[in-house]
Ligand binder design. Structure first.
Ligand code: ADP
Length: 315
């Protein structure tokens, strides 16, 4: 902006000089006007001097500004690195005791007798699971911020990934009273990617779909080819998303504000979709969400480069 301003000012000054010189030319026609022309020249010289000083001052301001910007960028980068290191240290220190607590909770759950004790121990196990999930999401965020999220690509059949994942997702859907459909998966789609990470994305979208769909609803995962890409859709009949938030929910820590159910919000941290976004980007793909509005369900989709072989790989 400053540079633009300086250029415009320079141009205006040059035009001013040209016009004034043509005035001078006319004035020179008469010897009596000589004094007037001298005055004009002095005025122009003064104007040019002022213009020059302004340009110089602006350039100096710009220089100082860019020096300050460079310095604060450096500080920001240092702070960001410190934050990432701190995050990975905390995550590491929390992980080990959590694994022990998970083990003891399961042991305890097996030994209890009364219904109340069973309910309490089930709550304890799911609380530990939630904490574990948070810790692993935070680990991923720390790795993403440090630019160290490892993606190991090799070809795999997308259909096999879905078959491997579904049993655990079905338990989750069953507990919630939500019907899960997945019979429209292209069996020929092969993706060159990180199976673990792509599975993490699909798992996240499906668990979200189940979480945000009330009892009696339907969640369906389906695929379709689009040129040399595979489009994966996760459609639900749940609470939907306000149109102004379908992009923002992919930001780190963002949870939809228009959704009124505070309890649902408390069940998460707004990290899953930002991690999913990063994973899909690192595979050269795209991810997004659409919704007809609040109460009208949502479709989460991602597109990945794929080949469609005649052979069926895996089960
Ligand atoms: P979390 O679910 O842990 O809050 P996510 O990053 O997975 O974090 O999702 C961010 C937000 O996007 C959620 O808090 C919710 O507001 C919205 N969202 C995600 N999936 C759905 C869905 N299937 N239906 C409606 N809203 C959703």
């Amino acid at each position: 902006m400053l540079l633009l301003g300086m250029c415009v000012f320079g141009l205006a000054a040059a035009l001013f000089v040209v016009f004034k010189f043509s005035d001078i030319f006319q004035l020179n026609m008469g010897a009596t006007r000589e004094r007037q022309s001298e005055r004009l020249i002095r005025q122009i010289t003064r104007a040019l001097g002022i213009a020059e000083k302004r340009v110089f001052d602006k350039a100096r301001q710009l220089e100082a500004l860019s020096r300050r910007l460079a310095a604060s960028n450096l500080t920001l980068e240092d702070l960001n690195n410190m934050k990432s290191k701190f995050l990975s240290m905390v995550v590491h220190d929390v992980r080990t005791p959590l694994a022990a607590i998970r083990g003891y909770s399961e042991l305890f759950a097996k030994s209890v007798e009364t219904e109340k004790q069973k309910r309490m121990s089930a709550n304890m196990v799911s609380a530990v699971d939630r904490l574990n999930l948070l810790v692993s999401d935070l680990t991923d965020v720390a790795m993403i911020e440090a630019g160290k999220l490892n993606i190991e690509k090799k070809p795999f059949a997308f259909g096999s990934l879905v078959s491997d994942l579904m049993p655990s997702i079905e338990i989750n859907a069953g507990n919630k009273g939500v019907t899960l459909k997945y019979d429209r998966i292209n069996p020929k789609a092969v993706i060159n990617g990180d199976t673990f990470r792509i599975s993490q994305v699909l798992q996240n979208l499906l668990n979200n779909a189940i979480k945000f769909t009330p009892k009696g609803g339907v969640v369906e995962v389906s695929t379709r080819p689009e040129g040399r890409r595979l489009v994966v859709n996760v459609k639900d009949s749940g609470i939907g998303i306000h149109p102004s938030e379908t992009k923002r929910i992919f930001e780190k820590f963002y949870q939809a504000k228009y959704q009124k159910d505070v309890n649902l919000r408390k069940q998460g941290w707004g990290l899953g979709l930002s991690i999913a976004h990063e994973i899909i980007m690192q595979h050269g793909g795209e991810i997004g969400a659409t919704s007809q509005g609040l109460g009208k369900g949502s479709v989460f989709w991602f597109k990945l480069p794929a080949s469609f072989s005649e052979m069926r790989i895996g089960g």
